[in-house]
Write a protein that binds this ligand. Structure first.
Ligand code: SAH
Length: 204
């Protein structure tokens, strides 16, 4: 997975590649899909949600440029896989999921993968986690119609937010850096994530 899907496609950050080698993705996919755990694809998790394609997880992590000291927020826990990879790259990881049942399963997955220190919250992630802000980095694994302003405001100065922005059918992964002049945005790969539903996302 790491050599064929990530190295072969311009993922160059060695810390990210090593983190993805270490986290057992098979522990985050439903049992009947285990044999597909390392496929180059998103996979269904139930409740209409998916575990992201490994390549997108790597791109998000790489764009966050973590060094190991940061407090990070992961929006859209899903299986917990992205949060587990972030836990390899940063000091403190909070993740938030709107569907209680998925959050519950993610907690168990994280525990099984040895990432029990990740804090799993249930709620509307478009509003961030004011009680734990500010964050050096925020990863959003669901498609937003526009930059979620509240999340941006929960970044430290020079903090980095990665979010797919577009409509429900297609987006581009955006890296947004909090700057004195306002959001500095770099738009990268086309992608397709499930919608971010909530106050600053799409309507349910
Ligand atoms: N990062 C996940 C993939 C998640 S798919 C993984 O590695 O498995 C996107 C997730 O975002 C879904 O589980 C969906 O329920 C959740 N989601 C959508 N809108 C949300 C919101 N406003 N707050 C929190 N989670 C949300």
């Amino acid at each position: 997975m790491v050599d064929g899907q990530l190295r072969a496609r311009d993922v160059v950050d060695e810390r990210v590649l090593r983190a993805m080698e270490r986290v057992p993705r098979e522990l985050f996919v439903p049992e009947r899909l285990r044999e597909h755990a390392h496929d180059d694809a998103a996979l269904p998790l139930g409740s209409g949600q998916t575990i992201s394609q490994p390549y997108m997880v790597a791109r998000i992590c790489e764009a966050l440029a973590l060094t190991g000291t940061e407090r990070v927020l992961d929006v859209g826990t899903g299986s917990g896989y992205q949060a587990a990879v972030l836990a390899e790259l940063a000091a403190e990881v909070h993740t938030i999921e709107r569907i209680g049942e998925l959050a519950e399963r993610a907690r168990a997955n994280l525990q099984a993968a040895g990432a029990g220190q990740v804090r799993v919250h249930v709620g509307d992630g478009t509003l961030g986690l004011p009680e734990h802000a500010p964050f050096a980095a925020i990863a959003v694994a669901a498609a937003a119609p526009a930059l979620p302003q509240t999340l941006y405001e929960q970044l430290v100065p020079r903090g980095r937010l990665v979010v797919p922005v577009g409509d429900r059918f297609g987006q581009r992964l955006q890296l947004v850096v909090r700057s004195p002049e306002g959001p500095a945005t770099v738009s990268s790969v086309p992608c397709r994530f499930v919608p971010l539903l909530g106050v600053e996302g799409f309507d349910d």
